[in-house]
Ligand binder design. Structure first.
Ligand code: NSS
Length: 436
């Protein structure tokens, strides 16, 4: 059975209707203006807005007083006749014949011009804004584009756990949980679980919340974020980079195909998104990046970390996302595969978004030799007992394999052109607040 809408039309459908047709719409009062002859009520629903007009003279008194009484954000049902009007958003309006209020609204606390802190305190109401609504739709299209890509490339979606026993990305950002008197942690990454699953399914991916107790508060860090991770047997670093490029392009394409209206609402310049589909993403090695940074007056020594500030400068060289590859091993996690021809380097790659955004993906080819991995665990001062099952994977039919983690919220931030990650996700978690 298909979903019933009981004769209601969406705001978008009404814009496409002909003059003189009868329409019934439901939604929330977005704007209201009372003039001498008419009351203009703009109604919003999940698809957009439609102007409705009540002529005071020709309407029953009870409807006029309802229209006067109903505040912004009251939920209403309006029935009437569609009319063309160039001044109305979308060129159509409804002349109200009947109006009922489903839920009156108290004085709505958002009127425009409020501070970010105040708005975060009422995030549950702020989410009704046109901007955040547009971002949520862009977000869904990004996920849809990536899902389609996985399907097309024959990857399996799996569901790894959030409660874990070991650190994937180091102890410093772990959230500890009291698990019936024993220590457990909130997952930083599903990588090790995905590595387990490639031995049966070969190409697997998952989207899960990941948790990072980051020390610093920045525009691109959340304490809880949506992590899309992929892992595949038989793929080396380059194979995985091509996959990630295809995945990200599929997300961009979906947004350009389906969400132009929303991109306009968030005032996104789409040129750079369009360009990103036309060329292949360039690769810059760590060595080259140090050189490129020097030319911009940033003097890092070989071996220094390329952090957010440096990434931002590097993005000045590119008009599309680009890869940063082949890092010094001491900067990266113990599981990355060492380059035998230059043992100080590992096969790691990051995907950087242009326009100053920086890292959105971190991935690598994994160390697949038991002995080398064991040695790296010791070298890093970790306890091999904590990684027993992970090491096991190298004992029973090890294969070359690679994987990555993509920060969904960061990708949304870049594609939607937002200036802070908090607006990419409905309920952002910061240190100061877990609300609502
Ligand atoms: O730490 S990562 O670089 N890599 C991993 O966690 C790997 N174990 C993933 C894997 O290979 N399966 O994180 C991956 C991405 C990173 O590029 C960011 O885009 C995002 O996860 N990320 C974050 N997004 C938002 N907030 C925070 N705090 C954050 N940390 C990482």
């Amino acid at each position: 059975m298909s979903e019933q809408n009981n004769g209601f039309k969406s705001t978008k459908e009404i814009i496409k209707m002909n003059e003189g047709e009868r329409a019934k719409v439901r939604g929330w009062i977005y704007r209201k203006r009372g003039l001498a002859d008419n009351i203009f009520i703009v109604i919003r629903d999940s698809e957009g807005i439609i102007q409705t007009v009540l002529a005071r003279k020709n309407s029953p008194q009870n409807i006029v007083s309802l229209a006067e009484k109903a505040n912004i954000e009251s939920s209403v049902v309006v029935e009437g006749i569609v009319k063309s009007d160039e001044r109305a958003p979308g060129g159509k309006e409804i002349q109200i014949e009947n109006l009922s209020v489903i839920g009156f609204s108290d004085d709505f606390p958002i009127k425009g011009g409020e501070s970010i802190d105040y708005l975060l305190d009422i995030r549950h109401l702020w989410l009704r804004s046109r901007k955040l609504t547009a971002v949520m739709k862009i977000r869904q299209s990004i996920l849809e584009g990536m899902r389609e890509y996985f399907k097309k490339s024959n990857w399996w979606e799996v569901n790894p756990p959030i409660l874990t026993q070991s650190a994937v990305e180091g102890g410093a950002t772990l959230f500890e949980v009291n698990f019936f008197g024993k220590k457990a942690y909130l997952s930083q990454s599903a990588q090790f679980y995905l590595e387990v699953m490639i031995f049966s399914l070969e190409r697997v991916w998952a989207i899960t919340p990941s948790f990072r107790a980051e020390k610093s508060r920045t525009r691109r860090h959340l304490y809880e974020y949506y992590h899309l991770e992929g892992e595949a047997a038989w793929m080396d670093m380059k194979d995985m980079m091509s996959h990630v490029e295809g995945l990200v392009k599929s997300a961009i394409k979906k947004v350009l195909d389906d969400r132009l209206e929303e991109l306009e609402i968030v005032k996104r310049n789409v040129n750079i998104l369009e360009n990103s589909l036309k060329t292949s993403f360039p690769e810059v090695t760590y060595d080259d990046a140090i050189e490129k940074l020097r030319r911009k007056g940033i003097n890092l020594k070989w071996g220094d970390d390329i952090g957010a500030d440096e990434e931002k400068v590097l993005t000045e060289y590119y008009e599309t996302p680009f890869f940063l590859t082949m890092f010094p091993k001491h900067l990266k996690s113990f599981y990355m595969k060492i380059d035998d021809s230059r043992p100080e380097l590992v096969y790691g790659f990051d995907l950087e978004a242009p326009e100053g955004y920086g890292e959105v993906v971190g991935g690598s080819q994994r160390e697949d030799s038991y002995e080398k991995l064991y040695k790296r665990i010791i070298e890093e001062g970790l306890n091999p007992n904590d990684y027993q099952w992970y090491l096991d994977l190298r004992k029973y039919g090890s294969v070359p394999h690679s994987g990555y983690g993509l920060g969904v919220d960061r990708l949304v931030t870049w594609i939607a052109g937002l200036d802070h990650i908090r607006d990419s996700i409905p309920f952002p978690r910061f240190r100061e607040r877990i609300y609502p």
